[in-house]
Write a protein that binds this ligand. Structure first.
Ligand code: IPE
Ligand code: IPE
Ligand code: MG
Length: 253
């Protein structure tokens, strides 16, 4: 017997399966959104920032506590220099414009990914955003920028080796929990739901460790068109799934 799909929105007496606590999003399709309109790709990225603002606003309203967004991958350096610098400029503008409001609203910002190789002004701004919001705990916004899952795991492995070498950690105590503490998501629960927009079906090196048991939802919506209703639909799909974590379904007997 399969579980009844949960209703997409609250209704009188509706039974609600728990919603995702942590949602991760691969924000994809900005270029195609712009191309379809005969606009430069950069315009698609600008509209993508607006979709990010909408999503950050909608997420806590839908019961989400942690939101992790993929905004620049370690592989995105392969793009033309002008596009890379447009993407860096947009991150800078987003933090500059939204930081004080997010801080007031109780949002804790964390920027995941490799800091080396980032221009000094961006690295400083990112440090400032993390520092100024570190006392907040109402909502967690993790921005993966210059991020690659393999790079993150390697960096964590180096930190673990360093701790072992300095006698701070015994090899036999390096278990999954201890290792996760060296990742950029230290202290953040694993994502329950991972959404990718734009009809692509791959992880593209996002959260390789953390997404081990995430429910994957793929939508054809291009990222600049993403809004609260797309997020609600993804959550409804999440709620219709049965998460077994390797165990036998209680309904199998
Ligand atoms: C997502 O949109 C933004 C980044 C990867 C930085 P894309 O720029 O990848 O858009 P498409 O996939 O070319 O449409
Ligand atoms: C993944 O999208 C990275 C981000 C959304 C930042 P890409 O568009 O770079 O991924 P591929 O190239 O389609 O795998
Ligand atoms: Mg893409």
């Amino acid at each position: 017997m399969s579980r009844e799909p949960a209703p997409a929105s609250e209704g009188a007496g509706a039974e609600r399966l728990p919603g995702p606590q942590h949602v991760a999003i691969i924000m994809d399709g900005n270029g195609r959104w712009a191309n379809a309109r005969g606009l430069p790709r950069a315009v698609g990225h600008e509209r993508g920032v607006e979709a990010l603002r909408r999503t950050v606003e909608a997420a806590p309203e839908l019961g989400i506590r942690y939101l992790t967004v993929f905004s620049f991958s370690t592989e995105n350096w392969r793009r033309p220099a002008a596009e890379v610098s447009a993407l860096f400029g947009l991150l800078k503008a987003y933090v500059q414009r939204d930081l004080s409001r997010l801080k007031r609203e109780g949002v804790r910002i964390r920027v995941m990914g490799k800091r080396e190789g980032l221009p000094a002004d961006i690295a400083e701004l990112v440090d400032k955003a993390e520092r100024e919001t570190e006392a907040n705990s109402d909502f967690y916004l993790n921005i993966a920028f210059n991020y690659g899952g393999r790079e993150e795991i390697l960096r964590a492995a180096r930190k673990a080796c360093d701790a072992i070498q300095h006698g701070e950690l015994a090899v036999e105590n390096l278990d999954e929990k201890a290792f996760a503490g060296f990742l950029d998501t230290d202290g953040i629960p694993d994502p329950d739901l991972l959404i990718r927009t734009s009809g692509e079906y791959r992880l593209s090196n996002f959260l390789l460790w953390q997404a081990a048991y995430a429910e994957l939802v793929f939508t054809d919506v291009l990222w600049p068109d993403f809004d609260k209703s797309t997020l609600e639909q993804s959550i409804a799909e999440f709620r219709s799934r049965e998460r077994r974590f390797g165990a036998v379904s209680p309904e199998a007997n």
